[in-house]
Design a protein around this ligand. Structure first.
Ligand SMILES: Cc1ncc(COP(=O)(O)O)c(/C=N/[C@@H](Cc2ccccc2)C(=O)O)c1O
Length: 456
């Protein structure tokens, strides 16, 4: 049989409403043509992010009623710790309010000014914390990751030659750890293969260099390994996930994605010394070491989300829904990043709007145009997100100028995907009419969140 449906039934709904085209144009102007500055109530289908926007299950909601809100030693912490050990396999857990809380801690602990942190393509908050700690991020991802049309099945892979030549160039003592993301958000939600993470481990072990995983979407990564990597078809998602993590020394986690919670994250490590430093630092920046900025109920919901995240029917549906949207867009001839990633469909704004130069912000222009057309919200993942080079002060000019259509987990049906595809195709038909934007307000950090633009 071909038909497949969501592996859940809906028990609660939030009514959606659509504004008129005129109202949307007005809201867009008030938001400075930045989708981050739109109000949720003015958005029809919200594909800005899969972060914190996922639907919890009745099992998780029930867990919210079991929050042990003791200041110290909450029951929920120990349940989360036990589940992290079971599913991710690390020894020690330090809860944080969300992913960047963990990135902040590990960056402060492991990075000295002048250090270099190699990683498989940058992620905005991860690199920001590495730079704030005095480090320099160095991209060591394979070249194919920067080519939206390359169909390499594991575009998130590390280029071992790039990694080893960096280590030889700067010296191992200046490389505190390799920052490995799986999947790679900015490349289009692209996975890392088991063979590659194993090879990264073997290489770094020779130099005594740690590997810190960004495990934010590691369950989606496991799905791609099961689907694409020889020898893994008959392994469970949970087995693949645990093996993958076993080749790394610790992870930062934003629970707001794979783990199906609206807030939450953690740092997990195997090294007791790093653990002691992290649990000491966490009380300064996040909260006591057994709650890390979260209520007991949030810890419980994240622990229960972890159990659900690795269920085969769930994760298969999740990834295949993203693929459903991507294939619909391909049928309309819309240029997208291939292979279609795990959490989003990425529009290739360079090919979509070849007549708009990168410094007139094509991806920003496209995200605004899609909202104006249908009330669908997406996110700019191009030159605006790339920010400025701290050394030159000029824009960074990334090869990938993308618009991300990010699918929240267990929220929308494929009928919503049909509406999104129809809208993007309509904008594609009229793309010649778009003429770019100019930035009229630019914040200092992570400018894409709050920058404002005006039409040229
Ligand atoms: C691979 C990866 N690692 C760490 C984090 C941080 O986790 P957290 O602090 O948000 O919990 C994120 C968050 N990604 C969100 C939210 C976001 C964040 C910055 C810019 C744009 C959007 C997104 O991609 O939408 C991530 O994707």
């Amino acid at each position: 049989r071909k038909a497949w449906a969501e592996p859940y039934r809906i028990k609660m709904v939030e009514p959606l409403r659509m504004l008129s085209r005129e109202e949307r144009e007005q809201k867009l102007s008030e938001a400075g043509y930045n989708t981050f500055l739109l109000r949720s109530e003015d958005v029809y289908i919200d594909l800005l992010t899969d972060s914190g926007t996922n639907a919890m299950s009745d099992y998780q909601w029930a867990g919210m009623m079991l929050g042990d809100e003791a200041y110290a030693g909450s029951r929920n912490f120990y349940y989360l710790e036990a589940n992290m050990q079971k599913y991710y396999g690390y020894k020690y857990l330090v809860p944080t309010h969300q992913g960047r809380g963990a990135e902040h801690l590990i960056s402060r602990i492991l990075i000295k000014p002048g250090d270099f942190i190699p990683g498989n393509m940058y992620f905005t908050t991860t690199r920001q914390h590495q730079e704030l700690a005095g480090g320099t991020f160095v991209d060591v991802i394979i070249d194919e990751a920067h080519d939206p049309a390359s169909t390499h099945p594991f575009k998130g892979n590390v280029d071992l030659d790039k990694l080893e030549s960096l280590i030889k160039k700067v010296g191992a003592e200046k490389v505190p750890y390799v920052s490995l993301a799986a999947t790679v958000n900015m490349a289009g939600g692209q996975p890392v293969s088991m063979e590659n993470v194993r090879a990264v481990r073997e290489l770094t072990a020779r130099y005594g260099i740690r590997v810190i995983l960004d495990a934010t979407r590691a369950v989606e990564n496991a799905f791609f390994i099961k689907e694409r990597e020889p020898g893994y078809q008959h392994k469970t998602i949970a087995e693949i996930l645990k093996e993958f993590c076993s080749y790394t020394d610790g992870c930062t986690m934003s629970g707001k994605k794979d783990l199906l919670v609206n807030i939450g994250g953690f740092l997990a490590v195997n090294d007791e010394e790093i653990f002691q430093q992290a649990r000491n630092l966490v009380v300064v920046y996040e909260g006591l070491h057994t709650y890390g900025g979260l209520a007991g109920r949030d810890l419980e919901a994240m622990a229960r989300g972890m159990e659900e995240a690795v269920q085969e029917d769930y994760i298969r549906h999740r990834v295949l829904q993203v693929r459903y949207l991507g294939e619909k867009l391909q049928q309309h001839g819309v240029p997208i990043v291939v292979p279609i990633g795990g959490h989003a469909v990425f529009l290739d704004a360079k090919r979509f709007l070849p007549h708009i130069p990168q410094d007139r912000f094509p991806a920003q222009t496209l995200a605004a145009a899609i909202y104006a057309d249908s009330g669908v919200r997406s996110m700019e993942r191009g030159i605006v997100s790339a920010g400025r080079d701290p050394k030159t002060g000029d824009h960074r000019y990334p090869k990938l100028e993308l618009v991300r259509l990010t699918i929240p987990r267990r929220v929308y049906t494929n009928a919503h995907m049909d509406v999104v595809a129809e809208s993007v195709a309509a904008v594609y038909q009229e793309r010649e009419k778009l003429s770019g934007l100019r930035m009229v307000y630019e914040p200092t950090y992570l400018r894409f969140f709050q920058a404002r633009f005006e039409p040229l």
